[in-house]
Design a protein around this ligand. Sequence first.
Ligand SMILES: *Cc1c(COP(=O)(O)O)cnc(C)c1O
Length: 228
Amino acid sequence: MTEIKSNLNVVLSNIRKLENSHNRIRESVKLLAVSKTKPIEDIQRAIDCGQKDFGENYLNEAIHKMEYFRDQDCIWHFIGRVQSNKTRIIAENFDWVHTVDRIKIAQRLSIQRPENLSPLNCCIQINIDDEPSKAGVSYEQAEQLISDTSALPRLRIRGLMVIPATRLVYNEQLAIFNKVEELFTILQKKFPLMDTLSMGMSGDLEAAIAKGATIVRVGTAIFGKRPL
Ligand SMILES: *Cc1c(COP(=O)(O)O)cnc(C)c1O
């Protein structure tokens, strides 16, 4: 058994166990395999194990991979920072964008989404630590941005995404994800079509699942360490 295959099995069975221990509905947490910087062969191994959802941050390598796997029914998620001059290539090629944090970007994605494709699934990225240097809209501004972007015809606003600062202590991870879950619950009352909470990576998977994540984005635990 290749390492990727066994890693993937471990991550998946861990997710199922955590759903159970945190009173989550079975299979309510989807695994997004983050394949950035990893070669085609690694993605192929994951596909061979039945993995369908892949996350990429860097457009040039992502385009190459999506082209290569065009005939497989993979679902491609853009999870990197969106530059406004790159929105067309994202709108034309991806199924999901997790990192929408400005109306201008959302407007461009909506206009540029091809007619023959279904609306682009989007998450609004929240800067939950409120660090000015980091991407994401503030907790306070989230509602306005969701309201504005929900009106765009070629986007489907699916929920929230966060990349919290690294916290090694479980209770601190829980506290930050709890804040996200509270915000999500409030916003879902106003925007009932939202069904997605994209949070949790290799190092904070359990806390994210405990606090309602529906998509966890896992790279290292599946594909191994990345070059720095
Ligand atoms: C790289 C990346 C991940 C995966 O992180 P790991 O710690 O390798 O699991 C998840 N989300 C985003 C946005 C990333 O850029």
